[in-house]
Design a protein around this ligand. Structure first.
Ligand code: PEP
Ligand code: MN
Length: 261
């Protein structure tokens, strides 16, 4: 049996929204578009790891936007870089969540300090409505990727509240499409098999440009991913981060249509 084939019958998990929260107006539009499409989680990232100094997110000033998202009946999803971020987000959101509401925090690819990973997991484990997602590290190593999962589990997060995400690895040699990060679908499926943790695919940070984002999503649809995380902006041209790879909501619809699950 080819374990790489799609086997999952469950509804895929969809996380969509801007690379970074930039303004109340932008998030209001994102809320409207996300609600129309009934997506599971809206990306509302407040803290952005950046290669060079630049806009690195609204930070604490953006916390009220999380309240807007929850009050609109959507589930917020965002990266937390430090345990303090996780605490601030939880303090802002948890008391507003309905019984079936969810909060998704994730540890980004560049955040490879296991003490921080473990502590964020410990903080996230306080309520069953909090989900923790981990993205693979930038360099291709199955051992390290499994290690991240080990670290967060040792922080006390339950497997049923844990999600994995493949965002590709830094290019090293063969890269004919000029991808931003090159996926290793075989490794991703092996990790899923070994850890028994659902795994999403991130076509945005693999693709790097819109055309490749759509191609990556199509490729990934051949494998047993449990969902996707996609960057979507109402006007990517003016986006403050990752402008080249963010889809419009129309392009996002195209991506979903080309990958019916
Ligand atoms: C992100 O998803 O916002 C991000 C920064 O991606 P990565 O951590 O995979 O580079
Ligand atoms: Mn981004």
């Amino acid at each position: 049996m080819n374990t790489n084939k799609k086997t999952l019958k469950k509804k895929p998990i969809i996380i969509a929204g801007p690379c970074a929260a930039e303004s109340r107006e932008q998030i209001e539009i994102a809320i409207r578009e996300a609600k129309k499409r009934k997506i599971d989680f809206l990306r509302v990232t407040l803290w952005k790891p950046r290669t060079k100094p630049g806009f690195d997110g609204l930070g604490e000033d953006g916390l009220p936007l999380l309240v807007d998202v929850v009050n609109a009946g959507l589930n917020p999803a965002l990266e937390v870089i430090t345990p303090e971020h996780a605490k601030m987000v939880i303090d802002t959101v948890l008391h507003l969540l309905k019984k079936d509401g969810k909060l998704l925090l994730w540890i980004g690819s560049r955040n490879q300090n296991h003490i921080i990973q473990k502590e964020i997991a410990r903080i996230a484990s306080q309520d069953q409505r909090i989900y923790l997602m981990v993205k693979n590290q930038p360099w291709a190593s199955e051992e390290h990727w499994e290690g991240i999962i080990g670290h967060v589990l040792s922080g006390g997060i339950s497997k049923k509240n844990l999600i994995n995400c493949h965002r590709g690895f830094m290019p090293n040699g063969h890269n004919p499409l000029g991808l931003r990060n090159v996926p290793d679908f075989t490794m991703a499926m092996k990790i899923k098999e070994k850890t028994k943790i659902p795994i999403l695919f991130d076509p945005s940070h693999t693709g790097g440009i819109v055309e490749n984002v759509l191609k990556m999503a199509q490729e990934a649809a051949r494998y047993a991913f449990d969902g996707i995380m996609v960057e979507v902006h109402h006007n990517p041209k003016v986006a403050l981060t990752d402008a080249k790879q963010q889809l419009t909501w129309k392009q996002f619809d195209k991506l979903l249509k080309q990958n019916p699950n």
